[in-house]
Design a binder for this molecule. Structure first.
Ligand code: GDP
Length: 198
């Protein structure tokens, strides 16, 4: 799935710009700076594919990538909780995110990224609630697992697992990743591959 080409298809700023819902779709969501671009780049082995949220341009859009020559769309959602953006812009992103998560028929699974050091924040709960309401199953991916010490990491995993219990559409299993060290990438790739085969 990830061995073949993975190409940028388009960046979308409004629901009207979405590509046809004609194939399976998965998406990645997370707070700004959670390590979403790094993870997408590490997963695909393409360094510049997804750009960091703090680079202007593509990342305030919903970015569509083609996986395995048309087999599925991998979608990079705009990072949320970015305090420095003007309120009007934040509102616009939130609306787009909401509409997308609630209204995309082909969206099979969301991966909600949580920073290993910071755990689940209020804005993460908001996104998870949207997914619950839209009945989109989601799995939590903890990022930057190389950063905290072992004890801190254990605590963070336990807290996150506890937080997920509030959300009916959450998978209980958490995928622990480090884009830097490569941990968990194979597990995440396998999870996505399994979806494509169902
Ligand atoms: P985004 O805003 O969610 O796309 O976040 P980025 O992928 O741009 O990452 C934000 C910052 O975290 C950057 O400075 C990255 O180098 C760093 N980062 C991302 N992933 C990892 C990781 O697995 N380990 C470590 N140590 N740093 C990471």
């Amino acid at each position: 799935l990830f061995a073949g080409q993975c190409d940028f298809v388009k960046g979308v700023v409004a629901m009207s710009g979405l590509p046809d819902a004609d194939r399976l779709e998965i998406c990645f969501a997370g707070r700004s700076n959670v390590g979403k671009s790094s993870l997408i780049n590490a997963l695909t082995g393409r360094k510049g594919l997804a750009r960091a949220s703090n680079t202007p341009g593509r990342t305030q859009e919903i970015n569509f990538f083609d996986l395995a020559g048309g087999l599925m769309y991998m979608v990079d959602l705009p990072g949320y909780g970015y305090a420095e953006a003007p309120l009007a812009i934040v509102k616009k992103w939130q609306e787009l995110l909401k509409s997308y998560l609630a209204g995309r028929q082909t969206l099979r699974r969301a991966y909600v990224l949580i920073d290993s050091r910071h755990g689940v924040k209020a804005v993460d709960h908001e996104i998870m609630k949207l997914l619950d309401r839209a009945a989109v199953s989601f799995q939590c991916v903890m990022t930057k697992a190389d950063k905290p010490g072992a004890a801190e990491l254990e605590r963070s995993i336990a807290k996150t697992a506890e937080a997920l219990k509030q959300h009916p559409t959450a998978f209980p299993e958490i995928i622990l990743t480090s884009s830097e060290k490569g941990d968990g990438l194979a597990t995440l790739r396998a999870a996505i591959l399994t979806l494509s085969q169902q």
